[in-house]
Design a protein around this ligand. Structure first.
Ligand code: GRF
Length: 200
């Protein structure tokens, strides 16, 4: 299942990939923290069930986390993908499901919500995207895969973010497909895709 807060182009890439059964995963539901976003419309157009859980509809952040975990659980997902979901997930969700996130920078550089703007402001010549497991911190979980994107002279936040997103969508689809088909193991901060090899 996929969590979104915005335009949902990463979600669309997953929806498109899952049209092929060989991909090994399908999007069972799409959840959001706000109404009226293109991400929800994309899910509806694909016939995927949607739900919205707004933080502001709950007395506390913990109650939101519990409600969100309950909605996710209804769909019994094997994996939760945070694809442009702009809220920090709480312990109930994170304790109940494996969650992967896509981030538009080469972590641990430029954590947080303004990664592209901050990379440009810093003046880096190389940035990129990271697919990682989500832990309790902000963009601090174990890295699964990364790809670099060069900053070009004259880039602004939008042009750089668009180039990153082109790479991000491909990487997210590749990694989610491999996780679904082959599984993964985590040892400390190291994530390995594929089934564990047995020692004889
Ligand atoms: C992506 O760059 C994601 O990493 C960031 O927000 C963007 C979401 O794009 N957190 P979209 O909604 O999938 O088009």
């Amino acid at each position: 299942m996929v969590l979104v807060s915005g335009s949902g182009t990463n979600l669309q890439a997953l929806l498109d990939a899952s049209a092929d059964e060989a991909f090994g995963a399908r999007v069972v539901a799409v959840g959001a923290d706000r109404d009226g976003i293109e991400g929800l419309s994309r899910a509806e157009r694909s016939g995927v069930p949607t739900f919205v859980q707004k933080v502001g509809d709950h007395a506390t952040r913990d109650q939101w986390d519990e409600a969100l975990a309950a909605r996710i659980a209804d769909f019994k997902p094997d994996l939760v993908v945070s694809a442009g979901f702009m809220k920090i997930l709480g312990s109930r969700v994170l304790g109940s499901f494996p969650v992967v996130n896509t981030h538009p920078a080469l972590l641990p550089a430029f954590q947080g919500a303004h990664a592209v703007r901050e990379a440009l402001a810093y003046g880096v010549r190389l940035t990129g995207c990271t697919v990682h497991l989500v832990d309790a911190g902000v963009d601090t979980g174990p890295v699964i895969a990364q790809e670099a994107v060069a900053v070009q002279d004259g880039d602004d936040e939008d042009s750089l973010h668009e180039r990153i997103k082109t790479v991000e969508r491909r990487l997210l689809v590749e990694i989610v497909g491999r996780m679904a088909r082959d599984g993964w193991t985590v040892s400390g901060r190291t994530v390995r895709l594929g089934r564990p090899t047995r020692r004889s």
